[in-house]
Design a protein around this ligand. Structure first.
Ligand SMILES: Cc1ncc(COP(=O)(O)O)c(C=O)c1O
Length: 387
């Protein structure tokens, strides 16, 4: 695709699950911010600041539109990344309103460790739920009464999804719990699973969504009643006296400031807006290309008896190991051929290493930038290694 024309011939980037490549329009939007109206948002009254304010506000609206959520109920706050967002919410939750914290076995370390730390700090018990092989959770096996549930809706090693998300959210709410979704992986290629689902908060990383490095928290306004103040400073108050202050977040229009302390990454926020515009305008052929590439690679890998796949089905994110071949050495060999793939446990140590007992793995995570030639090249090199 022309929007990734900076890739040299033969360079095959297969690490989109970590950071997607940024298309030209996104890079140009960030450049425009730095070269045409570099200014602080939400404080300055001169012309450049007004442009920044308009674009930042537009990005908040685009995020909600992308998720099909209403601005009447939801607020968009910017932060550093998914990890920071989850920790930020948990650090401010009034633990005495809850009985336990729950997560699942296939989580990235980001929610897995954050819930562990939360449990240690608050003394609330922590429960690790099982996920079915298709990614769903047997809702009748768990009691969500007054629970804080923090789980992903798409995995970072094989893309398996929380297929029964609707059912889980309904049950959590019925039993008095809240649910925070780690959507780091779902946003780029599986957002349909999440669209319109009224969870309590969604955390994601713009850098996995063809946008610059940035975190986003999309949260239901009534979450405010379950939070206590913490991590506050510049950009968050309307008035300050010697020993008291008035939080801007008390005003519905400025509710996003609840999680935005200090100056924000304005250029990156503008870049996220450009990425969402780019995704919206993307022709169907680009999505078909991604689907075909994933199918081609998955079919190729499945055909070899020496390849042990973690995936049960095709997905742009595919993890595996090759029997008798050290994945790290394989990763190095691929790197020498200009193929960039990840090796190890991809921050999902608990499930991949300790539950499933896999050796270190290799992960090919495709993106919209990949060309059919990339897949042909990977197949050719892998054939030499496997056979
Ligand atoms: C499912 C999932 N959750 C959380 C994260 C953490 O994202 P970040 O490092 O951007 O905070 C990742 C990163 O790969 C992920 O895949």
């Amino acid at each position: 695709m022309n929007d990734f024309d900076y890739l040299s011939e033969g360079q095959v980037y297969l690490d989109s699950a970590c950071q997607s490549l940024r298309p030209r329009p996104v890079i140009e939007a960030i450049n425009a911010y730095y070269t045409e109206y570099n200014s602080c948002g939400e404080r300055v009254k001169y012309k450049w600041g007004i442009v920044t304010d308009e674009k930042v506000e537009a990005t908040r609206e685009k995020v909600l539109k992308f998720l099909k959520l209403s601005g009447r109920k939801y607020t968009v706050s910017f932060t550093l990344n998914t990890t920071y967002g989850i920790n930020l919410i948990l650090s401010q939750i009034k633990a005495n309103q809850f009985k336990k914290v729950m997560t699942s076995e296939i989580e990235h370390n980001s929610p897995f460790l954050a819930t562990m730390a939360f449990s240690k700090k608050t003394g609330l018990p922590r429960e690790v739920m099982k996920r079915d092989i298709d990614g769903s959770i047997n809702s009748s096996a768990y009691d969500f009464s007054d629970a804080i549930v923090v789980i992903n809706c798409a995995s970072n090693f094989d893309g398996r999804k929380l297929l029964n998300i609707k059912d889980i959210v309904k049950k959590v709410h019925k039993e008095g719990g809240i649910i925070i979704i780690d959507a780091a992986q779902a946003m780029a290629h599986s957002v349909d699973i999440l669209r319109g689902i009224e969870v309590d908060a969604i955390c994601f990383s713009a850098h996995k969504l063809y946008a610059p490095s940035l975190g986003v928290i999309v949260w239901r306004d009534d979450l405010m009643t379950k939070l206590e103040e913490g991590f506050i400073g510049g950009g968050m108050v309307d008035d300050v006296k010697e020993t008291s202050y008035l939080l801007s977040a008390e005003n519905k229009e400025h509710r996003y400031t609840r999680f935005e302390s200090g100056l924000q990454a304005w250029g990156e926020i503008v870049g996220l807006g450009a990425a969402l515009d780019w995704l919206e305008k993307l022709p169907k052929v680009a999505w078909n290309n991604l689907k075909n590439n994933a199918e081609e690679l998955y079919t190729f890998l499945s055909a070899s008896e020496k390849v042990c796949l973690v995936n049960r089905e095709v997905n742009p994110t595919i993890s595996f190991y090759v029997d008798g071949v050290d994945s790290h050495l394989l990763g190095n060999a691929l790197s020498r051929e200009n193929i960039m793939a990840r090796t190890g446990y991809f921050c999902a140590h608990y499930y991949l290493d300790h539950v499933s007992k896999y050796p270190p793995l290799i992960r090919f995570s495709l993106g919209l930038h990949n060309r059919p030639e990339d897949i042909e090249k990977v197949k050719k090199i892998m054939e030499k290694i496997i056979y």
